[in-house]
Write a protein that binds this ligand. Structure first.
Ligand SMILES: [Zn+2]
Length: 413
């Protein structure tokens, strides 16, 4: 298959190629060029003239909670139960997860990193997609989040594996791999969404954090650290985690950002989640948390620009709902100071780095053919990425999986 006549944004931050062609073979990008000579397969090769539309890597969400608990997505799942109705079967949640997978593809999200769901839901969804039972993006799961024994455990229940002391931390890492986790997520600090937790101090000791990172890296998986306050940021960076999630306080200590840039630790700023708590769901949270979130929101934007200036790799993590509105995070990163080209690079190659994937997030020869073709010009208006009607075609691993051009073909067939 060849996409001809495309405006190619390759995800590296380079200026777009105009009127280029992209050849797909065996699920990967075989060639990107000004013009492509017909292959030896000749007429058997399908050419799609995209008529000057923008072709870019599929979006990658580096911080999602795919959980069937859709409390951050009013209207997405089933309506809330009414008194008198029979209790809902827990297994309904798996259908919600399938709907989530479809919504992500329809929005051009071709990979997603789940940083915590209830039970093993993200792993089950990943397997359903991998085995071809349903369509969906590539899913990476952390299994359960490793946290010190903390109030959050009482709220997040089976999303957490509480552990205490370095040996128990190592055991917790091994347990996640036994479940089928792709990487490890830990809570270096408390969470802003838990009234009984102070997100400022570190929640784990240096010994505990180092044990997790050592065990995970020894066994060949990456580590994502939930970090809010500076003490936790210092410990996480010193221990050598691979990604910092949220990291809103980092602007207060520029040397830490320099260290992250030097050690190639990726920052996932998750601006949207601060908007949620400070603006969107104010009635649903304890007032003290809403006030705290307002301060954190402005800090998160300060850290975005400070990290960018320090040369830290940034990734797009929506950490919000509903599924399919993920690109609002990219829009916010651009409104916060990145150029549209830099924002797109963060949401594609930057996010791929957060996931530890070297062969997606780019439109270059050899990469997986995970692509998005858009109506309109996202460099002129980044909000072009938000409208479902702008998603012309979504390709995952060389197969067309979504987009309104795809839908037209399906209805004509
Ligand atoms: Zn999160």
């Amino acid at each position: 298959m060849v996409f001809a006549n495309a405006r190619v944004i390759d995800g590296t931050g380079a200026a777009p190629l105009e009127r280029a062609s992209v050849r797909i073979k065996d699920g990967r990008i075989a060639e990107v060029a000004e013009s492509i000579a017909p292959s030896s397969e000749g007429a058997a090769e399908r050419t799609i003239d995209v008529d000057g539309r923008t072709l870019m890597p599929g979006l990658i969400d580096a911080h999602a909670h795919l959980s069937s608990d859709i409390s951050r997505s009013p209207g997405f799942g089933p309506p809330p139960p009414l008194k008198g109705e029979l209790p809902r079967p827990r297994e309904l949640g798996y259908f919600v997860l399938a709907k989530t997978a479809r919504a992500l593809l329809d929005a051009g999200v071709t990979s997603v990193r789940d940083v915590g769901s209830y039970d093993d839901e993200a792993i089950v969804l990943r397997e359903a997609i991998r085995l071809g039972i349903i369509d969906g993006p590539r899913v990476l799961s952390c299994g359960r989040i490793i946290s010190a024994t903390a109030p959050g455990g009482a709220i997040f229940t089976t999303m957490y594996r509480e552990a205490d002391g370095p040996d128990d931390m190592r055991k917790a890492v091994r347990e996640q791999l036994r479940r089928g986790a792709d990487f490890i997520k830990l809570m270096a600090t408390g969470a802003r969404s838990v009234l009984a937790e102070d997100p400022e101090p570190a929640q784990m000791t240096a010994d505990e954090l180092e044990a997790i990172v050592d065990e995970a890296h020894r066994l060949g998986v990456r580590v994502a650290a939930h970090v809010e306050g500076l003490d936790g940021a210092r410990l996480a960076v010193a221990a050598g985690v691979d990604t910092i999630e949220h990291g809103l306080s980092l602007h207060r200590e520029p040397a830490l950002l320099d260290e992250m840039a030097r050690r190639e630790i990726v920052l996932v700023p998750t601006l949207s989640t601060f908007h949620d708590l400070a603006e969107r769901f104010t009635g649903a949270f304890a007032p003290a948390l809403v006030e705290q979130a307002k301060r954190q929101l402005s800090e998160a934007y300060s850290t975005l620009t400070a990290a960018h200036a320090a040369g830290v790799t940034l990734a797009m993590g929506h950490d919000s709902g509903p599924p399919g509105e993920n690109a609002i995070e990219l829009v916010r990163m651009v409104e916060g100071g990145l150029s549209p080209l830099e924002g797109i690079a963060a949401a594609t190659r930057g996010s791929a780095r957060a996931l530890g994937l070297s062969d997606t997030g780019m439109v270059t020869a050899g990469a997986l053919a995970d692509l998005l073709v858009l109506d309109g010009d996202p460099l002129d208006d980044i909000r072009t990425l938000l409208g479902p009607e702008r998603i012309w075609m979504v390709v995952r691993g060389g197969a067309v999986v979504a987009g309104h051009r795809h839908a037209r073909e399906l209805s004509a067939a």
